[in-house]
Design a protein around this ligand. Structure first.
Ligand code: FES
Ligand SMILES: [Fe+2]
Length: 388
């Protein structure tokens, strides 16, 4: 983050501390509980939000070297992300062109992919290289039978995907993403994410509508109660800085340590150390800049249950973890961070979902002190209604 912006945000935070205030939304919102329980709404969300918008996949180091791949099957389309021998990151539909079997699962590094069913063989650019008993497939042109490509973009150390089979091969994901990020891309590029190293990942399934785990990140109003025994003492309660970028936003919650900046000249101010900055990358990623590492939480609707989601957590660190001491440090710290979110935030998400399914409440309320949450809910709502 540029230093000038860090100074502006730090000034704003200190002013809020002095006045006992926070950034606010324009209005109190009333939100329909059915958006978390209705199968109809759920189908509309999946058909629009997870097809029409660029989805954040991860930082470049997720597939650092040629041949590195990552297969994911929790989105709407089974996806194989792979870095080719030419260094280019590409994504494909992870289905063999013969009878549709997934080519691989999980992650790893390999020069090519052999289908586990009948051994059709593809290189890491997705081209069909060979197929057994080729003479039994007259009229099937191997050059036309490569894996189906999905629009993919690697930019400023970030990997993006448009999760639909390319109908227009000339579609420019870069310009689509620029429009989608609405001015946020230069800020994201300032972090030099290409220098980070993928270090740890976890994938969990939880019984809550996919929006619930995202929403736990979007306000600091719950710190003093839900996190009273964990992170609450580190942060100012019920205080956030908020800025919208189209359907996305930046939210910063403020560490108590920021008071120390008052003693320093502004040219030495470092806002990142004294805050937790999260970008909500619409629709399904919460991207958190912590003082010493980056966390991404990508949340996907379950394939067939409105009240279930899959959450993929990735942690990226500034230096590769080589020594045992460093390994222990990161294991302990990240495990604590993950467990706090999972055992406190996601547990309340699960409890809320169960309560919503009772049908006893039609509406819930978002206060003006929860501007990020209000923005997320409005963004989802508007996009679904506009596109379906
Ligand atoms: S389904 Fe892949 S080779 Fe038959
Ligand atoms: Fe929380």
């Amino acid at each position: 983050m540029q230093h000038q912006l860090q100074v502006e945000l730090a000034r704003k935070a200190l002013a809020h501390i002095d006045a006992g205030t926070t950034d606010k939304g324009q209005e109190v919102l009333r939100c329909a509980v059915s958006e978390y329980t209705s199968n109809d709404w759920f189908a509309r969300e999946k058909a629009t939000l997870f097809r029409d918008y660029p989805l954040f996949l991860g930082l470049s180091s997720l597939i650092a070297k040629p041949g590195d791949y990552l297969a994911e099957d929790y989105g709407e389309i089974p996806t194989l992300l792979v870095r080719g021998d030419d260094g280019v990151a590409r994504a494909f539909v992870n289905m063999c062109r013969h009878r549709g079997a997934p080519l691989t699962k999980g992650c790893g590094r390999q020069a090519s992919f052999t289908c586990p069913y009948h051994a059709w063989h593809y290189n890491n650019k997705g081209e069909l290289v060979s197929l057994p008993d080729k003479r039994s497939f007259p009229g099937i042109d191997p050059q036309q039978s490569g894996l189906l490509p999905l629009p993919t973009l690697e930019k400023d150390g970030m990997l993006w995907l448009l999760p639909r089979v390319q109908t227009d091969p000339a579609q420019d994901l870069n310009s689509l993403l620029e429009t989608h990020l609405a001015g946020l891309s230069s800020e994201l590029s300032s972090y030099r994410f290409g220098d980070y190293h993928a270090d740890m990942t976890r994938t969990i399934t939880r019984r809550a509508n996919w929006k619930q785990p995202i929403e736990t990140f979007l306000e600091a109003y719950h710190f003093k109660t839900l996190h009273k025994n964990t992170v609450a003492p580190l942060f100012f309660h019920n205080m956030c800085l908020f800025e919208a970028f189209g359907l996305n936003h930046r939210e910063a919650v403020i560490r108590r340590s920021i008071e120390g900046l008052r003693e320093l000249p502004e040219n030495q101010w470092d806002f990142i150390t004294h805050s937790a900055i999260s970008y909500q990358l619409f629709p399904n990623t919460v991207f958190v800049i912590q003082a010493d590492h980056v966390e991404t939480w990508r949340v996907f609707p379950s394939r067939d249950r409105v009240d279930e989601c899959v959450i993929r957590f990735d942690c990226y660190v500034p230096e590769p973890v080589i020594t045992e001491k460093a390994r222990k440090h990161w294991d302990a710290n990240i495990d604590l961070a993950f467990r706090t979110v999972d055992e406190e935030d996601y547990q309340i998400s699960i409890d809320i979902e169960k309560a919503y399914l009772s049908g006893a409440l039609d509406e819930v309320i978002v206060g003006q002190n929860e501007p990020s949450l209000g923005h997320f809910k409005k963004s989802i709502n508007q996009s679904v209604i506009a596109n379906s």
